[in-house]
Design a binder for this molecule. Structure first.
Ligand SMILES: Cc1cc2nc3c(=O)[nH]c(=O)nc-3n(C[C@H](O)[C@H](O)[C@H](O)COP(=O)(O)OP(=O)(O)OC[C@H]3O[C@@H](n4cnc5c(N)ncnc54)[C@H](O)[C@@H]3O)c2cc1C
Length: 498
């Protein structure tokens, strides 16, 4: 064994971890792929909380010596008055190259062995991680063995991926992508059937397009364009959203879907100008430690300064039916309801920590579940819009995988999102940028949605006629956003069956 602990990644998290271990006399090796000082995409802002933590580990003084004080912030939005805000507590500014080098040098001075190499794989022994396989800058591969491995290798963490820590499901990447591709084909088939049904009311004068791929695409695109014309105006969006939420809540109560939060604090506001233009609706959930705080459901009118054509495109994309799907996902029974219920749990851990797969999975599961229970009174156009929304979840998972793990380029990504998932070019470009900035998050929607659907199928099979949707949903959300692999057992206990 080379060390007691090997830490992968020498950013602030890994270096401070190695520093603490070395000071306690524990043999620690830190593996960092970059040669320090290295730059990193990051601001230079160290807030008061970060300074407090640096003080706690004895690095505060050194950071103050190297940095400059910050008293506030000045926002300069194009075409608008600058906005100046004072910080309520002292903050500092230091380039990351300097901060990270200082922290890593401190770990080295305390006795940590710093190795410049890239961790390429984890070493397993009888199912337990016992080190990492690393490659040094000369291309030499070797094993670093240790009793414990700490993954501090940043947002695209190899360690988290290898251990399934991000998605927390027993499913490998190849299976996930194959399932997502199969889902795309299935959903497109469903869209074609519904679009065919709507065709005569949408284009009574025109012959039904031919039953080949190009004809089917034209059919779906034309019907979606027609549905897009039924949208609110820039000034009516907020009141449209209020009315939509009232209808959804009434449906949830009347159809015994799930208990609404009581008391329920959700405020609909007009989105501030600087946030506008990406989506029509966005939820800022109440913070987990303030159970009675208000969630903000922000509705975005088109940004000022857009020309008429761009405004029309935005309103058509976020048409009346799409607003209903978004409201189900973001508010009821989706994120707002689930997070508000979680905030009221007695467990501090379950209030504060939440699995992204659970949270997005629940919200996406709710979209189809609501329609299946009769929301929308059988409106075929609403079902078609839902399927378009559903395509996004499968396309997100493929994009997430293929951009990071295959040679997919931007043109292929655009083809997937626009041609296969019926997204506009603007939406697709934003999604590609988001996919490039991180990994695994975009897969959470698809993985979570299917975990919830599979669990429901299993419980319904087990319970048959005894199955009660309200009880099932209550069992799903009673525990907070737990990692999805533990949900079947918890639900089974709550329902008292097995
Ligand atoms: C655009 C942007 C702006 C930000 N601005 C601020 C800001 O102003 N203030 C602030 O406090 N935070 C800011 N953040 C957040 C901040 O960057 C992160 O919270 C912080 O870097 C996390 O530290 P870390 O040690 O966990 O990861 P990182 O700093 O990412 O360090 C991970 C390290 O692991 C190494 N590594 C990765 N893979 C391997 C591998 N396979 N083998 C070996 N080594 C590996 C990397 O080279 C890297 O040095 C910003 C983030 C972004 C994206």
């Amino acid at each position: 064994m080379d060390s007691e602990v090997v830490v992968i990644g020498g950013g602030p998290a890994g270096a401070i971890c190695a520093l603490g271990l070395a000071r306690r006399g524990i043999a620690v090796t830190l593996v960092e792929r970059a040669r320090f000082p290295r730059t990193k995409v990051c601001g230079e802002y160290i807030n008061a909380g970060a300074l407090r933590l640096l003080d706690e580990v004895g690095l505060g003084e050194g950071v103050r010596e190297r940095s400059v004080p910050l008293g506030g912030i000045r926002l300069v939005p194009p075409g608008l008055e600058p906005l100046e805000l004072d910080f309520s507590a002292p903050a500092r500014s230091l380039p990351r190259a300097d901060l990270d080098a200082f922290v890593l040098d401190s770990a080295r001075a305390a006795g940590a062995v710093v190795v410049q190499a890239r961790a390429e794989d984890l070493l397993f022994d009888a199912g337990r991680v016992v080190g990492a396989v690393v490659r040094d800058p000369a291309g030499e591969r070797r094993e670093v063995r240790a009793r414990y491995v700490v993954g501090a290798d940043g947002s695209g963490s190899l360690v988290a991926r290898k251990l399934g820590l991000v998605l927390q499901v027993d499913c490998d990447a190849d299976r996930l992508v194959a399932d997502a591709r199969a889902a795309i084909a299935r959903i497109q088939g469903g869209m074609a059937v519904i679009a065919r049904q709507l065709w005569s009311s949408v284009c009574p004068e025109r012959a039904l397009p031919s039953d080949d791929p190009a004809g089917t695409r034209a059919l779906i695109t034309t019907v979606l364009e027609h549905i897009g014309r039924d949208h609110g105006t820039a000034t009516s969006l907020s009141s449209d959203a209020q009315a939509t939420l009232a209808g959804i809540k009434a449906f949830i109560v009347a159809h015994r879907i799930v208990q609404l939060p009581e008391p329920d604090h959700l405020q609909v506001v007009t989105m501030p100008e600087f946030q506008r233009g990406n989506t029509v609706a966005d939820l800022s959930a109440a913070p987990p430690l303030d159970a009675e705080a208000t969630s903000i459901y922000a509705i975005s009118p088109p940004p000022q300064g857009w020309d008429a054509e761009r405004v029309e495109g935005f309103l058509a994309e976020y048409n009346r039916r799409m607003l209903q799907m978004l409201s189900i996902h973001e508010a009821y029974p989706g994120h707002h309801l689930q997070l508000t219920r979680a905030n009221r749990l007695p467990s501090l851990v379950r209030k504060v920590l939440g699995s992204g797969v659970y949270m997005e999975g629940w919200a996406v599961y709710c979209e189809q579940m609501m329609l299946d229970q009769g929301y929308g009174e059988g409106d075929c156009a609403l079902r078609l819009v839902h399927l378009k929304y559903d395509l996004r979840s499968a396309a997100n998972a493929i994009l997430d995988h293929d951009l990071h793990c295959t040679a997919m380029d931007d043109a292929q990504a655009l083809h997937l999102l626009m041609d296969e998932a019926y997204q506009t070019r603007g939406e697709a470009l934003l999604k590609i940028r988001r996919a490039q900035q991180g990994s695994c998050q975009l897969s959470t929607y698809f993985v979570g949605q299917h975990a919830f659907a599979d669990l429901r199928r299993a419980v319904q099979c087990r319970q048959g006629e005894r199955f009660d949707l309200l009880r099932f949903h209550e069992a799903l959300i009673a525990h907070g956003a737990v990692p999805i692999r533990y949900l079947p057992e918890l639900v089974q206990q709550d329902l008292g069956d097995g």
